[in-house]
Design a protein around this ligand. Structure first.
Ligand SMILES: NC(=O)c1ccc[n+]([C@@H]2O[C@H](COP(=O)([O-])OP(=O)(O)OC[C@H]3O[C@@H](n4cnc5c(N)ncnc54)[C@H](O)[C@@H]3O)[C@@H](O)[C@H]2O)c1
Length: 302
């Protein structure tokens, strides 16, 4: 079913009609840049939307007569982000016990939703789990996010916008590893707990861009005039409040649940670039008029 999680009536109708015993809550406004220009949707979807699903689950799982899925067999897994923990200096890594310090409207809205989920466990006994993961990459990622945006532009010989000095660090997690981690937490995680998920692949943004350029030069050849794609790199005005570094300490999920990332950054990037090369029609279909407007607004005047 396709619908808006902001529509409380629809969400509770779905719970009433279907024997839902498991929620994996991915739905969100997810892009930090969009949260800076338009925070209202982030508050609406990420906070109120999460609240609506929590309320529907509470109603269905904790108040239903017997015969329906009972609270003890159910699971509500909330997918969240490492950005709730704020920004790191040169060293250290986020643990599940790191105090929250969100700094963008996006991360503040995700932090709020995490707190709501946690409160439903403590207050009502809703069987919740929370995962906070690092930056994902891989097939089907919308080209507003760094890696597909750079692949798309580099393929077309367009400038490659890099924020600030390009030295912001993110811990990159291949999407299939993330999915396996979510399944592991869903099946074996301890109710009421939070698990951090990281890719063990800290990279500066500029390293990520260099990697994409070099893979494309190798796979599809240099640009006209024998120019390497790195020549397209253009430093642009930094994102407001750009967090410097994120890093995940994934000891808990590794030690308690046996999960670890299986795809290293080099391998994951080759797979990702290859996927975008094989799926140009998909990129064309999602980079329509509204994407071009968004791109112009974000990067046109930097
Ligand atoms: N991409 C990352 O690197 C990353 C990192 C950490 C956490 N997360 C979290 O993972 C989840 C998925 O992120 P993503 O990167 O796939 O984002 P995405 O923007 O690609 O996907 C979000 C999905 O939510 C849906 N959605 C948005 N608003 C909705 C609404 N009001 N009602 C119903 N559906 C709605 C969208 O249609 C889309 O399918 C999000 O909760 C995000 O906060 C993502």
């Amino acid at each position: 079913m396709k619908g808006d999680i902001g529509d409380a009536t629809l969400v509770s109708q779905i719970f009433a009609q279907e024997q839902i015993d498991t929620v994996v809550h991915f739905a969100a406004e997810s892009h930090v840049d969009r949260s800076i220009t338009g925070p209202a949707e982030f508050v609406q979807t990420n906070i109120f939307g999460t609240f609506n699903i929590l309320e529907a689950a509470r109603e269905a799982w904790l108040k239903e007569p017997s015969g329906k899925p009972s609270g003890t067999d159910c699971r509500f897994l909330h997918v969240s982000t490492d950005e709730v923990y704020g920004s790191l200096g040169e060293t250290g890594a986020f643990q599940e016990t790191t105090p929250y310090d969100p700094r963008s409207p996006y991360s503040a809205s995700k932090a709020s939703s995490d707190h709501l989920v946690s409160s439903y466990y403590h207050t009502y006994g809703l069987p919740t789990l929370i995962t906070n993961c690092s930056n994902n990459y891989g097939p089907y990622q919308f080209p507003e996010k760094l890696i597909p945006l750079i692949i798309n532009n580099a393929l077309q010989g367009r400038p490659l916008p890099v924020y600030g000095d390009g030295k912001n660090v993110r811990d990159w997690l291949y999407v299939v590893d993330h999915c396996e981690a979510i399944l592991t937490v869903l099946q074996h995680g301890k109710i009421g707990e939070t698990y951090n998920i990281g890719g063990n692949s800290e990279k500066q943004n500029i390293e990520v861009v260099h990697t994409i350029c070099d893979i494309l030069d190798e796979k599809v050849g240099l640009l006209p005039g024998d120019r390497a794609r790195r020549s397209l790199i253009t430093y642009v005005k930094d994102r407001a409040g750009h967090d410097r570094r994120y890093a995940i300490d994934a000891t808990k999920i590794r030690t308690n649940l046996g999960w670890h990332p299986r795809v290293n950054f080099a391998d994951g990037m080759h797979r990702t670039v290859e996927w975008y090369l094989d799926n140009k029609a998909w990129i064309a279909s999602v980079t329509d008029g509204s994407y071009r407007e968004y791109y112009e607004k974000m990067y046109g005047n930097r």
